[in-house]
Design a binder for this molecule. Structure first.
Ligand SMILES: [Mg+2]
Length: 127
């Protein structure tokens, strides 16, 4: 499974990676520091990854714009917003853009892993 971690903080990406290693041994991680890097990383991965964690506040292209760009042509990939932004309006805007899950920072490891697992289970393509 390919997981793309998008956050302008390398420290945050490292923490997310440690937590999401709990998804299993076959998990492969890609990283991006903003929305543009994320779109290139997806393109380099053949146009598809299995899960994207998206920070909201990033330079160049923020997470909400990234979600909108991905959702223009891809409704299926699980996109989990992982952000300090906790206001209701933000959560609603992110939901409208098509996110699949929302985790507020700071999170504890258990919460992040459980939310990601629940999102993956819910969005699993029909076999
Ligand atoms: Mg940020």
């Amino acid at each position: 499974m390919k997981v793309l971690l998008v956050d302008d903080s390398k420290t945050m990406r490292t923490i997310q990676k440690r937590v999401l290693e709990g998804l299993g041994a076959g998990t492969e991680f890609l990283e991006a520091g903003d929305g543009f890097e994320a779109l290139s990383a997806i393109a380099s991965a053949g146009g598809k990854v299995d899960l994207v964690l998206v920070d909201w506040n990033m330079p160049n292209m923020d997470g909400l714009t990234l979600v909108q760009r991905i959702r223009e042509k891809d409704k299926a990939t699980p996109l989990v917003m992982c952000t300090t932004e906790a206001e209701k309006e933000r959560v609603i805007a992110a939901a409208k853009a098509g996110i699949s899950g929302y985790v507020v920072k700071p999170f504890d490891a258990k919460t992040l892993l459980e939310k990601v697992q629940a999102t993956l289970a819910r969005m699993k393509p029909a076999a």
